[in-house]
Write a protein that binds this ligand. Structure first.
Ligand code: ATP
Ligand code: MG
Length: 461
């Protein structure tokens, strides 16, 4: 608004000044022409008669001109005496009007005066020159009333137009300001509500401008936040549930011991053994949970080291072999290529342990687990297959979820919290890799861990 007002003001002053000076200049030139015509009329007489100015009958010569002319004509002789006045009442007086005096010196001048009765008046004086001699001067005074009336009418028009333009600009400014501030207000309100937990509130701002884009992004962010919040709630309830189960059985065991009088030491030992294994289970869950939180936090600074994956796989197999031996399960290394890639050794070790341990855990005694490592395109593939219980097709999509355990696994009382695969997948995705599963119930399961191979400078292999 301020910029518009200043601009309008500058334009107004400029237009007004231009119109005014052009109108006045025009009138000045016009009067100057008239004065020169009158001067010429007199010079013609001087030429004819070869006489002085005083002896000319100016009345008869200038009568017609002064009648037609809308102003006062004075003829002044070199003695500054008025020898002709078209209004007849100044004849004979001596004048010192500067334009007349200047004209007697040969100068043409024109000046504007503000006289009381006639307001703006223009005085113009030109010399009467004949044979390079100044014979007198012509002084014309004209009212500038018409010009000023016109100038004023232009001024009022400009003011009127300006006021209209300003009103229009004001309306547009208010409209624009509203169209910007209203959606921002809406967004602000929604954000404040979201801060107090109302994440479902969506903001609808029509159009395709920056603010409606912002609203769309805000809604998208809100949806994501709601999902995260939902997952968090689910996670907390799952954790509570998982922690509660061993606690309840411990409570049950200890209570039953306390209620019974004179319990045998062997029974005590038995019950305490159960309590101890429940404590182990609790510990395992808590360890897994903590490691998951750790991995989440360490996301951005994985400790990448150039590693021979084949050695790592062998190390994992060696650590699991005793467990497999207990179940008489044979773990074999079917194919092992020498592959060197950048990985966080400790984390990949953990993921591999989880998956190979699962293979042993979910395979009946006398079963078989086969592990291979090979290159395929840009990836190192670790394949782990077992001929165990398998997973039903409809359960496969859920096995990577936190706390998910297939019913069979639960009923079989294989210890576990359902966090192993969730952690493994988290680790592999952090390495830009992926895990794929193929499984058939009662036939077995195959896991493929794909890790990208980064080409190492100087490696010609
Ligand atoms: N090789 C496999 N064969 C059959 N079922 C499997 C196999 N690996 C995983 N599963 C199924 O997927 C579920 C999830 O596995 P996950 O490793 O996440 O949990 P868990 O082994 O039960 O417990 P945790 O690993 O935390 O001790 C298992 O409970 C089991 O039902
Ligand atoms: Mg597991």
């Amino acid at each position: 608004m301020l910029i518009s007002i200043i601009t309008l003001l500058i334009i107004n002053v400029f237009v007004y000044q231009t119109v005014k000076s052009s109108l006045l200049k025009n009138e000045e030139n016009n009067i100057l022409n008239q004065a020169n015509i009158i001067s010429d009329i007199i010079v013609n007489v001087l030429d004819d008669k070869n006489i002085t100015l005083n002896s000319i009958d100016l009345n008869s010569k200038l009568e017609r001109t002064s009648q037609r002319f809308d102003g006062r004509i004075l003829i002044i002789n070199p003695e500054k005496e008025v020898i002709y006045d078209s209004f007849h009442n100044l004849k004979g007086i001596i004048t010192n009007q500067s334009e007349a005096v200047n004209a007697l010196k040969g100068e043409v001048t024109s000046n504007e005066y503000i006289l009381e009765q006639d307001k703006n008046t223009l005085y113009t004086g030109v010399p009467i020159v004949y044979n390079n001699e100044i014979y007198g001067s012509v002084l014309i005074s004209t009212s500038l009333l018409d010009q000023y009336t016109e100038i004023n009418s232009v001024k009022y028009s400009i003011i009127l137009i300006s006021i209209m333009v300003l009103i229009l600009i004001a309306l547009m400014t208010i409209q624009t300001a509203n169209s910007i501030s209203e959606p921002i207000k809406k967004l602000t309100e929604a954000m404040q509500n979201a801060a107090y937990g109302k994440l479902n509130e969506k903001v609808f701002i029509p159009g395709n401008d920056e603010i409606s884009q912002l609203a769309k992004s805000y809604n998208f962010m809100n949806t994501k936040l709601s999902e995260i919040e939902k997952q968090r709630r689910e996670f907390v309830s799952n954790v509570s549930h998982e922690l509660k189960t061993p606690l309840s059985s411990m409570k049950l065991l200890s209570e039953s011991l306390l209620i019974q009088p004179n319990v045998d030491v062997d029974i005590y030992k038995d019950f305490l053994k159960d309590i101890d294994s429940e404590i182990d289970r609790l510990n395992k869950i808590i360890e897994s949970l903590l490691s998951m939180v750790d991995i989440d936090e360490e996301k951005l600074n994985l400790d990448y080291k150039l590693t021979y994956v084949n050695y790592l796989v062998e190390k994992v197999i060696n650590s699991i072999t005793p467990i497999a031996d207990k179940k008489n399960i044979n773990i074999t290394l079917k194919q092992i290529d020498k592959i060197q890639i950048y990985i966080d050794q400790e984390k990949i070790y953990r993921a591999l342990t989880n998956i190979i341990h699962n293979a042993v855990k979910y395979t009946e005694s006398e079963g078989k687990v086969e592990v291979s490592l090979f290159k395929k395109g840009q990836h190192a593939i670790i394949k782990i297959s077992d001929n165990g219980i398998g997973i039903k097709e409809e359960n496969i999509p859920y096995i990577f979820e936190r706390f998910y355990r297939v019913d069979e696994a639960r009923s079989r009382k294989t210890g576990g919290s359902g966090l192993g695969l969730a952690i493994s997948q988290q680790i592999i995705s952090l390495h830009q890799g992926s895990i794929e599963v193929e499984s058939k119930v009662k036939e077995g399961t195959t896991f493929y861990i794909k890790l990208p191979i980064q080409y190492i400078l100087g490696d010609k292999d």
